[in-house]
Design a protein around this ligand. Structure first.
Ligand SMILES: [Zn+2]
Length: 81
């Protein structure tokens, strides 16, 4: 699995929608690739923040979250509704 594929499967992985073989590849890649692991952690944290932001529409988004990532998550949430 490449880093690019990992990013594509990230959402499925977090929703536990990945088939077993792909999930294994995903986790294997994470163990071998610190940047992807860091990306996953940031992503998970941002999803949490996204929920907080939706609960409090007036709430500020912390400065250390990349705006691009927030927009990507909000866009994917809109699609899945
Ligand atoms: Zn990687």
């Amino acid at each position: 699995m490449t880093c690019r594929e990992l990013v594509e499967f990230l959402l499925d992985y977090l929703e536990e929608a990945l088939p077993g073989a792909q999930r294994e590849e995903f986790e294997h890649h994470l163990q071998a690739c610190p940047p992807c692991l860091a990306y996953l952690e940031t992503y998970k944290r941002t999803v949490q923040l996204g929920k907080t932001v939706c609960a409090e529409p007036e709430g500020p988004i912390p400065d250390d979250v990349p705006e691009r990532l927030v927009q990507a998550i909000l866009a994917s949430r809109r699609k899945s509704v």
